[in-house]
Ligand binder design. Structure first.
Ligand SMILES: [Cu+2]
Length: 460
């Protein structure tokens, strides 16, 4: 069965230890076709166009697609490669591509501050090098809530030289889709939906509902998970199994961390190892556990995300404990430049309007925060509302220093951090030499659309 309407390799890459698993095609992501023979250049054509999205067999909706599929093609490259994307907009409205998490030059960032949207029929060449190994994604930065809900998103994998040994790798893109009475993707909703964000739709993995992820007993799988949902938070659990986190937004951790649950907010990525510890022939279910994100929003009953089906094959001998060896030096905040980023909201029920604000104003009226290349900045992100806001910073990775004054013990590079209702999260970052206007915003897309977006202006 061709799932995405074009020839595709499975997104589950199986190492020689296990041999190919035909069931892996259930999670297939189409791969971007590299047109360039130079091994250090990945050159692809990407077209935004209307298409059909088959959520489950026979259930099709009109969608916005990259190259005809949802998600768009998986872009794979190695650290140091140059990525060239010949982008054409065949939609009836302007769009851009933002490379979420990639440290690109400002004029390649695809944000409304850095690029005129590509008009219908227009094209644009994105060209940049890929400095960091990790799991990233791409999506529009125009009419975000509508265009991303309609299907415009795809995953990016950048591999380093020192990747851990695994038996199989799956790229897992989480999303949910809300359908209207006509069976098509619902248009933007009412005040309640704008306030809470859209998160009650059909659960899909790699664009498909009710999929199955194949496993073999004894295997070690690497899951590169992306939350591409508009507003849905995922508190993931796989009963009987544990997640060994080896990487986050900005790539590998210094040492793996084993967790029973992963909280993934919109925009987040996790790289985890999952050891297949259940017996052959059994099934497990990746679950999304209840999580309140304040003000009546969130997921209040556990839900199934994807079935994990063990093959009948005899168990493989288990692999030794994984290691990672990346050094992450703590950012020295001594003498750092402090900034305050206050998140708030204003609902006017009389006029049925809602504004989400940063430092008392809505985008594009929020004064840009100044920064200079090489300057260490420490931001206190202060949530004055009752609701979680996952904040994404373009262009740079940061470290989470403290939450409500309690130092963060785990060190990692992030581009997206959840700030709980009434919480104060301190982050630190140091802009490298990429000057320009860089956005930061809540990644609940309805909140972006209603103003919770601002800029940091990096100058020399
Ligand atoms: Cu928000």
């Amino acid at each position: 069965m061709v799932v995405f309407g074009c020839g595709s390799d499975p997104a589950v890459v199986t190492a020689p230890r296990t041999g190919p698993d035909p069931a892996a095609t259930a999670l297939a992501l189409p791969r971007a076709v590299d047109l360039n023979p130079d091994p250090r250049v990945v050159e692809i054509n990407l077209e935004a166009r209307m298409g059909e999205w088959e959520l489950s067999p026979g259930r099709r909706v009109r969608a916005m697609t990259y190259n005809g599929g949802v998600p768009g093609p998986l872009i794979e490259a190695r650290v140091g490669d140059t990525l060239v994307v010949h982008f054409t907009n065949r939609l009836a409205e302007p769009t851009t591509i933002h490379w979420h998490g990639l440290r690109v030059p400002a004029d390649m960032d695809g944000s409304p501050r850095s690029q005129q949207p590509v008009a219908p029929g227009g094209s644009f060449e994105y060209r940049f090098t890929l400095p960091d190994a990790g799991t990233y994604w791409y999506h529009p930065h125009a009419a975000e809530a509508r265009q991303m809900e309609a299907g415009l998103y795809g995953a990016i994998v950048v591999r380093g030289d020192d990747e851990p040994r695994v038996d199989a790798e799956a790229v897992i893109v989480l999303d949910d889709v809300t359908l209207g009475d006509d069976g098509q993707i619902a248009p933007p909703g009412d005040l309640l939906e704008i306030h809470g964000g859209r998160d009650t739709g059909i659960q899909v993995i790699n664009g498909r509902a009710n999929t199955v992820l194949p496993m073999r007993a004894g295997q070690r799988q690497r899951w590169r998970i992306v939350n591409a949902g508009s507003a849905r938070f995922y508190r993931l659990s796989l009963p009987g199994h544990r997640f060994t986190v080896i990487g986050t937004d900005g790539g590998m951790l210094t040492t793996p961390r084993t967790l029973d649950e992963l909280l993934m907010v919109p925009g987040d990525r996790y790289d985890v190892l999952v050891d297949a510890v259940a017996p052959p022939g059994t099934r497990a279910t990746l679950r999304n556990l209840p999580y309140s994100r304040g003000h009546g929003a969130g997921v209040f009953e556990a839900e199934d995300v994807v079935a994990v089906a063990y093959a009948a094959d005899a168990p493989l001998p288990s692999l030794p404990s994984p290691t990672t060896s990346r050094a992450i030096e703590a950012i020295d905040a001594t003498g750092a430049t402090p900034r305050e980023v206050r998140l708030s909201e204003q609902v006017d029920e009389a006029t049925e309007t809602i504004r989400f604000m940063i430092n008392g104003a809505s985008w594009p009226d929020v004064p840009a925060l100044p920064a200079t290349v090489g300057q260490t900045q420490v931001w206190d992100v202060i949530n004055e509302s009752e609701m979680d806001h996952p904040i994404h910073l373009h262009g740079f990775f940061f470290q989470v220093v403290a939450r409500d004054g309690v130092p963060e013990t785990a060190r990692s590079w992030e581009d997206t951090v959840n700030v709980r209702g009434r919480e104060r999260v301190r982050i630190a970052f140091r802009p490298d030499d990429r000057v320009g206007m860089w956005m930061f915003h809540c990644h609940i897309l309805e909140h972006v659309d209603h103003g919770m977006m601002a800029d940091v202006m990096v100058e020399r």
